[in-house]
Write a protein of this length. Structure first.
Length: 141
């Protein structure tokens, strides 16, 4: 019979191994890695600038057309979330509001206001987090 310490040690080892497997399983799919990495670079840029730790990029046909570090603090604008900044930049660059077929990549799950903005812009999908979770088509709230 094993003593309690040994069982605890064995359980802790199994738990750590299980967590490692889950982490590997959640690695971003290859087609999303480049863009998720870009969203996290935007997050880092926001932090370096003294803003909130959020970043996003908007991609159309495999090309980043909108870059969005959070600018809420810098602009003193509560709507300057990373996702909306990326959407606005892409719209300005394209000269149109409709972003049909676009994918919005974010460092974290977009808030409901950002999701509504993505839906209004006709964004096709939202992908977020280091594991590239596919949140699907944005909803209008």
């Amino acid at each position: 019979m094993l003593c309690t310490c040994t069982r605890r040690t064995a359980l802790a080892t199994l738990a750590a191994a299980g967590a490692a497997m889950v982490t590997r399983a959640k690695a971003a799919p290859a087609e999303h890695r480049e863009f998720i990495a870009a969203a996290f670079r935007m997050k880092d840029e926001a932090v370096r600038a003294g803003d909130q730790p959020f970043g996003a990029v908007l991609v159309i046909e495999g090309r980043i057309l909108g870059f969005g570090p959070s600018r809420v603090v810098l602009k003193k604008d509560h709507t300057a979330h990373a996702e909306r900044e990326a959407i606005r930049e892409a719209q300005a660059r394209l000269g149109r509001n409709d972003l049909a077929g676009a994918i919005l990549y974010s460092s974290s799950r977009p808030c409901s206001a950002c999701e509504a903005a993505a839906a209004a812009a006709n964004v096709a999908r939202m992908i977020h987090g280091s594991d590239a979770t596919d949140a699907g088509r944005p909803n209008r709230f």
